[in-house]
Write a new protein. Sequence first.
Length: 405
Amino acid sequence: MGEVSVGLTYKGQPFNVKNFIEDMEKALVETAKEHLRSQFDSIRHPNTGEFATVIVYGERLDDLRLSIEGSAQLLELVKERMNPEDLEVTSFKTLQNGPPKAFLSYSFEDSEVAEKLAKELLANGIDTWWAEWEIGSGDSLRQKIDEGLGNCTHFLVLLTPKAIEKPWVKLEMDAGLVRRVSGQAKFVPVRHGLPVGDLPPLLTGMLSPELDENTFSVAVRDLVNDIHGVSRKPLLGPAPATTSLPSTGYSQTATAIARVFVEETKTGMFADPQKSVDELASAVASSIEDVEDALHELRDFVTVSFERALPKPELFAQFDKHFMDWSPEEDALRIAADLINDPTLPHDTAEVAARYGWEPRRMNAALSYLLARKLIVDYKVLASDFNSIRIVKTDATRRFVKSRS
């Protein structure tokens, strides 16, 4: 189709049907993406007040995909409200705010062992709820216990011959098992002087470490590592003749390509640098076919045009943390928190970067993280050193800070 010759104009130029249709299609995609985003970033956990953080990927109506970030509890709520079609195109990223939180259930007759265990956990970076620390004079037992259970990521019960007969311990175990079934907490039975054969039937299928005088230190060490997610498995060695790459959730070739862009960019902005498919294949020592497959895998972060790959700003927000000395997510949270809490924070991006001592390269990755999630107002302009020349908060900024604090 050519230009219409009846004097019509569009965007200051002679009317062109093809350009008009392309713009209308882009507008439809943006409208659909905004609808999806608002549908799920408004979901709030009734107990914690946390909101979901949502990114919508895709440039066609038939290729829209969601990434939703939040705590395990919030993500379960989001999943419950999703229809099957949305679930199929959604990835979930579980975020844990602060250190692991352990609730320690025990019988008061076993206070000495419980205290020893609680102190060891606390000394190893695990925020431990133990009744002797948490319940004071005049406090409501039920309220304090409910608070501890509601916030824990790990429910630990110290099982002894006396404890398994206590009604109160049984009630707390019931609550812990409910949290386990709902995916809100891991249930860990810990034995002291209790043979495996004496465990309640429901717990016999769970690994139950034993604490005794001879094995206490080793058992606690392994328990601490399990809670922190430290694997006992030796590190995987590098494959022959290949470069070791971090685990990013993407294939080795895609990760290697991302590293090329991250390490070679000067600005962290769109199309810096540009690479041909051949150049990428040579840089990551892969075949043309593998690179093409990896670029398809990275389509949310890289645009391919005329056999040249152009990184989007979101690539640096996603991959910088694996290859640079900073984390765009942590930087973005710092900016957002200052926007909410510091009235002296300037809105000019260059001034903010100067305050933090960041070069534009680092600042742009944090801005991309915020912009992709619609957490600040979009002030993009051409011929700027930054992805946004101003940093202005929105209501979403406040919800983001509150949910991540």
